[in-house]
Design a protein around this ligand. Structure first.
Ligand SMILES: [Zn+2]
Length: 397
């Protein structure tokens, strides 16, 4: 921790003092105490680390978050100093007794309280969820900034996403896909990853902006920038291509079960209609990849229907009931729609189905299957182009 208290209640922040004063202070032999649990803490002063305090034993202090080291302390301090320089009202490591939580930084802005958590260690998603619920129960908005060590980039716009990083995603606006933040104290750079679309069970694409923290304002965190239609079109065509050519790759677990199911229906990847594997902003709520659940909707519900045959959203939801997280599983994402609703809306705009009433659709076009992979790839490119080249991109409409 960056702060500790003296016996007479003064708060000491070593990191804001120069080395000489720290050495002097150390020589006085003053004792320091944890502001949360009241136990004695010791000064940690080295040449390469941020001067801070540490518990002799962290086991029973409610402020202990586990696994956070020097990297975390340094990043937290830099973020704090950045906000101070922008004249924000900020508090460092303040303990909130009503929820027994201690955000890294608490910002008061426009009469709102915002807890900034700089998260560098991978912890069980249950812990993130509990902390979010704690903040939200007292009207505090949590914002997670992940340590850059948790960021794995594959290509310019493609990066790793997992159950843990999904928990840190924020969706401020139901019309926009979620956002992630990463900060590296070594390079002093802040990365904002916006317009995130999950592509496989471990990967996503997103619009990445990296810049020096110094060049950012706090409000930049909410300044959303998205892909252009052309960018999304090219990225998704690439995803489709990869999907079509996945046949040769070994499959395990869910993927293997899905391939067997597909095979039992008499299909291969290259036969599938292009409307399977479409981008969905709320995909984070699904436990299985896009192609898996979208093929269930297409092949089990829509395809067997006669033309103009009816089906309901409820039927699709029921079919995928076990494959979805509850809406409250991601408390930072405010979208009201489910992935299934989003998907059916896309199919409606592509004129595969037509809306009959609030919950009922009718089949409007036969579903076309391909005979070979070249034909499929061509069909995919055409469909993705249609998806993104309309004046108002139908993914976002
Ligand atoms: Zn303590």
């Amino acid at each position: 921790m960056l702060q500790a208290k003296t016996k007479d209640g003064r708060t000491i922040t070593l990191a804001t003092m120069n080395h000489e004063s720290i050495i002097k202070l150390k020589a006085t032999g003053t004792l320091y105490y944890c502001p949360v649990c009241g136990k004695q803490v010791i000064m940690k002063v080295g040449i390469k680390t941020i001067p801070h305090f540490a518990h002799k034993s962290t086991a029973d202090c409610p402020s202990y978050k586990g696994g956070e080291g020097v990297y975390h302390e340094q990043g937290k301090l830099m973020l704090y100093q950045w906000l101070m320089r922008h004249n924000m009202k900020v508090e460092l490591e303040v303990f909130l007794p009503e929820i027994q939580q201690r955000p890294d930084i608490l910002v008061t802005w426009n009469n709102r309280r915002i807890a900034i958590e700089y998260q560098c260690a991978r912890v069980p998603d249950k812990i993130i969820k509990l902390r979010n619920e704690g903040y939200q129960s007292v009207g505090i908005i949590p914002i997670w900034i992940a340590g850059a060590t948790l960021f794995t980039r594959y290509q310019a716009n493609s990066f790793r996403i997992d159950q843990f990083t999904k928990q840190l995603m924020q969706q401020y606006n139901p019309q926009m896909p979620p956002v992630l933040y990463y900060f590296c104290p070594h390079t002093a750079q802040l990365a904002i990853l916006q317009d995130i679309f999950i592509t496989t069970s471990t990967q996503a694409i997103g619009k990445l902006h990296i810049s020096a923290l110094e060049k950012r304002k706090f409000t930049d965190l909410f300044h959303l920038q998205s892909f252009t239609n052309t960018e999304l079109q090219l990225l998704w065509q690439k995803q489709k291509y990869k999907f079509r050519h996945a046949q040769g790759r070994k499959a395990y677990g869910n993927e293997l079960t899905w391939r067997r199911w597909l095979y039992s229906k008499g299909f291969h990847l290259e036969n599938l209609p292009s409307i399977i594997h479409l981008p969905i902003a709320t995909q984070y709520r699904m436990k299985i990849p896009l192609w898996n659940w979208q093929s269930k909707v297409c092949l089990e519900i829509i395809d067997p229907l006669p033309m103009k045959g009816l089906f309901s959203i409820g039927e699709c939801q029921h079919l995928l009931f076990r494959q979805q997280y509850n809406s409250n599983y991601f408390p930072l994402c405010i979208s009201q729609t489910t992935p299934v609703q989003e998907y059916l809306r896309l199919l409606e705009r592509l004129q595969v189905i037509q809306k009959v009433s609030k919950d009922v659709y009718k089949k409007f076009q036969p579903i076309t299957f391909y005979h070979h992979i070249e034909e499929a790839v061509q069909g995919d490119n055409q469909l993705v182009k249609e998806l993104f080249s309309q004046k108002s991109n139908i993914i976002r409409a």
